[in-house]
Design a protein around this ligand. Structure first.
Ligand code: ZN
Length: 149
């Protein structure tokens, strides 16, 4: 299952905190923080997944078992798809793999799919490099400061 689109949506900087996607973010954020879901988030997440399940049908396909959403379109359909994906993450993904980026000023959530669960950044090329160059800069400055004593 590819969750790229879901994470793009919940990591959007312009995300409204009380929007439906904001609720999905709150659920995954609670997982990364190893906190319990608050009642309001749980209730709204229940409504979102409940609605999605009402519209979910087994796809009449002979090849493999899959589901489709019927009777929903536009943003309602998207939200339902996302709600089901979050549910799938909660059920199928090892929760220690749901993480928040350790980059400064970055609160992006992601699923760590590395072998030893060592991933720390949403994007190595961005937050990872910023962090590395900052460590390099700090070390470099300390060496220079000591040298000039
Ligand atoms: Zn980041």
């Amino acid at each position: 299952m590819d969750f790229t689109e879901l994470f793009d949506a919940i990591n959007d900087e312009d995300l409204e905190p009380n929007s439906d996607i904001g609720v999905l973010r709150d659920v995954l954020h609670a997982v990364t923080a190893q906190k319990n879901f608050d009642m309001r988030t749980m209730k709204r997440f229940g409504e979102l997944t409940g609605k999605a399940h009402q519209h979910r049908r087994l796809k009449p396909s002979t090849e493999e078992i899959s589901f489709e959403l019927v009777g929903l379109s536009g943003s309602a359909r998207k939200i339902s798809e996302f709600a089901l994906q979050v549910e799938e993450i909660l059920v199928t993904v090892e929760l220690a793999r749901v993480k928040m980026c350790e980059g400064e000023d970055c609160e992006s959530l992601f699923i760590d799919e590395s072998k030893n669960k060592s991933r720390k950044w949403c994007d190595m090329a961005h937050c990872g490099m910023l962090r590395k160059s900052k460590v390099f800069y700090d070390n470099h400055r300390r060496v220079k400061a000591e040298a000039s004593k």
